[in-house]
Design a protein around this ligand. Structure first.
Ligand code: NAG
Ligand code: NAG
Ligand code: NAG
Ligand code: NAG
Ligand code: NAG
Ligand code: NAG
Ligand code: NAG
Ligand code: NAG
Ligand code: NAG
Length: 456
């Protein structure tokens, strides 16, 4: 639609507000969907590849490599936990670059005792600083995996496993089943292992190719709905042209309830803050948030700061309200039509995301290493900020109808709750309330349709 070609009649105003509302409702809808499909990263997945490097008298040695193919979702401390179920009575004789969390019952073995005899082993990465003779390439990062866009070299994690009491040919090997990936909480679901073409490896001198005896892949995908039932971040808005600050929706991530849940949040000046931080919930990393009306661990504020002749400027501030989390390698995904012409970004890294050909309105932002790539726990230092300078495209640019505000924001890959569009700061003299009331019947019908679709 070209608003410039049409006179500014009521119908245009109605249409664009409706488009924004539609978008808002759609994003609510996508959040409630259980499907592990992310429109901004349609092929995002973690692929786990097993390469059988050699056969042994009673089994095989495999190198297991996990690739985080997700554009903007990473795995931060305390890192991944990988589990599976053996098809038969397999055991793990030894591991390099990772370990199982439990040995299990190895009493049937005399002499050399296996590393793990459990039917369903649980594997974790080793920590940085592991002696070199216990490492393999891409191991020992404490289970941390960066996202594919932020740092592909560190989006890979590997370990080696020596399996006994297993098949010793590609005909007799039984593939492990029921893979589970925790990162560290729930959210990922893994498919079944599939035999694929054996991986080929180039030797160090780059003059010879070797290949695995056998290779299988497992693909795991993420669903925000599986990860947590409540959102984890929200968006607030302000602008130079209207003094109203639109805060995050009340109860966006939960409600303060002193009666039934007195410890659900803490006041910043609470004398018992330190003991609350290390109190119950510490081990599970359950968030301990500062008391706010939105109760979100993270808030993203978008301030439309300045208007120049050919450019306009936005200030983005990310605030941590969680006393129990330092967000390492944080990232933000922002959708706004003007990202096709971002001229300059100060003090954050930036990369354009193009999930579909021709779509160029989404960008990923993340911190500068050693400067602001760590979003510190709640408190005076618990925020990072940057400014964005956009070049105006006169055919689309406007401060009206909330155009200058983002359409959608993700923090660390999770959708942030936006304020309702009718609450956006308006340019003086525009009258959104009237438009909304005209629109009301249409919205009601639309919402009912959505509900029908969602629960049909
Ligand atoms: C996993 O991601 C890779 C890289 O984006 C892609 O090539 C592959 O098709 C994806 N796998 C699935 C099953 O979606
Ligand atoms: C197993 O090995 C044989 C030859 O040794 C090969 O022809 C066959 O394709 C292999 N099968 C699989 C599933 O890799
Ligand atoms: C798969 O793993 C889950 C969780 O570890 C377990 O509850 C389930 O029973 C397992 N299923 C099979 C078929 O082993
Ligand atoms: C198996 O995974 C590897 C590594 O991600 C990838 O290169 C390969 O294409 C995958 N194979 C299939 C058939 O998906
Ligand atoms: C909970 O208590 C805090 C301070 O003790 C107060 O500011 C807040 O209004 C109370 N909330 C409710 C829902 O009662
Ligand atoms: C966050 O980092 C600071 C400084 O390194 C440290 O003092 C604090 O204990 C950390 N907090 C958490 C929750 O890990
Ligand atoms: C999207 O915009 C960026 C920044 O202006 C540009 O570098 C990139 O080439 C554009 N991509 C497409 C597909 O238009
Ligand atoms: C960005 O703005 C410049 C200058 O106005 C223009 O030449 C260019 O085509 C724009 N790029 C896009 C992707 O709109
Ligand atoms: C600022 O925006 C609010 C809506 O968030 C609106 O109610 C108010 O009238 C606007 N102020 C002016 C001066 O237009």
């Amino acid at each position: 639609m070209e608003p410039r070609c049409l006179s500014a009649t009521g119908s245009i105003v109605k249409l664009s507000s409706f488009a924004i509302l539609l978008f808002f409702l759609l994003s609510c809808f996508s959040f409630t969907s259980t499907e592990a499909y992310d429109a901004l990263d349609p092929t995002g997945n973690i692929t786990i590849k097993w390469d059988v490097i050699s056969w042994t008298p009673d089994g095989y040695v495999a190198v297991v490599t996990m690739f985080n193919f997700q554009q903007y979702r990473h795995i931060q401390t305390p890192g991944w936990t990988l589990g599976w179920t053996w098809a038969k009575k397999e055991v793990i004789w030894s591991m390099v670059g990772a370990q199982t969390t439990e040995q299990g019952d190895c009493s049937r073995y005399k002499g050399t005792v296996p590393h793990c005899c459990k039917k369903d082993p649980t594997v974790v990465d080793l920590l940085p600083g592991t002696p070199y003779n216990q490492q393999i390439a891409n191991c020992c990062k404490g289970g941390v995996m960066n996202s594919w866009i932020q740092d592909p070299a560190n989006a890979i994690s590997s370990f080696q496993v020596s399996v006994g009491a297993a098949g010793t040919t590609n005909k007799t090997v039984r593939l492990p089943k029921n893979f589970t990936l925790k990162a560290p909480g729930p959210g990922y679901s893994c498919g079944i292992a599939k035999i694929v073409k054996p991986t080929r490896f180039l030797t160090a001198d780059k003059r010879r190719w070797t290949q695995a005896m056998m290779t299988w892949n497992v693909t795991c995908t993420y669903s925000q709905f599986l990860a947590q039932k409540t959102p984890t971040c929200c968006v607030s808005l302000s602008s130079f042209y209207n003094e109203t600050i639109v805060s995050c929706p009340t109860c966006a991530c939960g409600c303060q309830n002193n009666a039934t849940d007195p410890g659900s949040c803490v006041e910043p000046n609470n004398p018992y803050l330190a003991s609350a931080v290390s109190g119950p919930g510490k081990s599970t990393n359950a968030p301990l948030v500062q008391c706010t009306s939105h109760m979100c661990p993270v808030r993203v504020h978008w301030h439309v700061k300045l208007n120049y002749k050919e450019y306009w400027r936005v200030k983005v501030t990310i605030t941590n309200f969680n006393y129990r989390m330092n967000y390492t390698l944080w990232n933000l995904v922002v959708q706004h039509p003007n990202f096709d012409n971002l001229t300059k970004i100060f003090s954050f890294n930036y990369k354009s995301l193009t999930p579909y050909a021709g779509l160029n309105d989404t960008a990923m932002l993340w911190g500068v290493k050693f400067y602001n790539d760590l979003l510190t726990q709640a408190g005076p230092l618990g925020n990072v900020q940057s400014e964005l300078l956009f070049r105006k495209d006169t055919s689309t640019f406007t401060f009206e109808k909330g155009w200058a505000f983002p359409r959608r924001i993700y923090f660390n890959g999770d959708n942030c709750v936006m304020p309702p569009p009718d609450a956006y700061p308006w340019l003086p003299n525009s009258s959104p309330k009237q438009v909304i009331s005209i629109l009301h019947p249409a919205i009601t019908i639309f919402v009912s349709l959505l509900f029908l679709l969602a629960y049909a």
